[in-house]
Design a binder for this molecule. Structure first.
Ligand code: SAM
Length: 292
């Protein structure tokens, strides 16, 4: 089977199987070999690696992964793509195809089965409509993984990388930076896909930390505070937390904080009582969470 990463090869497969693109699944297939090679290089795939690919499409990137990794598990939601994948990937004995919704797969179990529970790598040209739940799901469920190398909307890649005091800074930036080191590897133009998306794209690599860079006693509480702070980002942190924090502790009890408690904590941290959440770093959110 020839490589699929060209406009002609992709168009031929689409035609042969009478495949119609489904917008609801975020289907934009890569048709640029140069970009595909750069993604594989960015992910630093070796013959030791077990890779999970989310959304293989017609198998374009899967071919490259199969040649470079020890084993590839490709999870595709669209059942119409399964017979295509069986054909385009038939030469590769190290690929398994699962017809599942990635958000419903028990990835911890999969990693145990396929890689004895050792860290895997995730590589994907993601369906953009579920980028955030996919990334958060991977991190929060503590799936053993060493890195995630993914194509996302350019704007989302920027959001994952920025620090306090910028307009793109938010809950996603903090969550990603708590678990991993983000690096934008390359920008990708709409012309590299079939059909062309309406937005620019970027490949970002998230290298999982062994230990989070900020220590907190209760991760869940810290993320509830972060979410409340950015849900009402134009408000002062004291207002946003007094009105918006709904944190359920391990015994299932809903905890609220008073304005006084937030102001006292801010004072202990040497921060102004009128500060907004968007000005706080990850370390400061961790400290605030422990103080409240
Ligand atoms: N990897 C291919 C490529 O680069 O050409 C296709 C990428 S396309 C942007 C996204 C793929 O994810 C599509 O094949 C789509 O059907 C699949 N997909 C969408 N939602 C999914 C989900 N919840 N679980 C698994 N796959 C999904």
């Amino acid at each position: 089977m020839a490589y699929l990463g060209t406009p002609t090869a992709t168009a031929q497969v689409i035609k042969k199987y009478g495949f119609s693109f489904q917008k609801k699944f975020g289907q934009n297939f890569l048709i640029d070999a140069n970009i595909l090679e750069k993604i594989i290089a960015s992910a630093e795939i070796t013959k030791e690696d077990c890779v999970i690919e989310i959304g293989p499409g017609i198998g374009t990137m899967t071919q490259y992964l199969a040649e470079n990794a020890r084993e590839v598990v490709a999870v595709e939601i669209d059942k119409n793509l399964i017979p295509i994948l069986e054909e385009t990937l038939k030469e590769y004995e190290n690929v398994s195809i699962l017809n599942e919704d990635i958000l419903k797969v028990d990835l911890n179990r999969l990693v145990k089965e396929k890689n004895d529970g050792r860290p895997i790598k995730v590589v994907a040209n993601l369906p953009y409509y579920i980028t955030t739940p996919i990334i958060m799901g991977l991190f929060e469920s503590h799936v053993p993984l060493s890195s995630i190398t993914i194509m996302v909307q350019k704007e989302v890649a920027d959001r994952m990388q920025v620090g306090p005091g910028t307009k793109d800074y938010g809950a996603l930036s903090l969550a990603v930076q708590y678990y991993a080191k983000p690096e934008i590897m390359l920008n990708v133009a709409p012309a590299c896909f079939m059909p062309r998306p309406n937005v620019g794209s970027a490949v970002i690599r998230l290298t999982r930390f062994e230990e989070p860079p900020a220590k907190t006693q209760d991760e869940r509480k810290m993320f509830s505070i972060i979410r409340a702070a950015f849900n009402q980002r134009r408000k002062t942190l004291a207002n946003a937390l007094t009105n918006g924090l709904a944190y359920t502790n391990e015994e299932g009890k809903v905890i609220h904080v008073s304005r006084k408690e937030v102001c006292e904590a801010l004072e202990k941290m040497g921060l102004s009582q009128t500060i907004r959440g968007e000005a706080l770093s990850l370390e400061q959110f961790a400290r605030l969470s422990d103080l409240l």
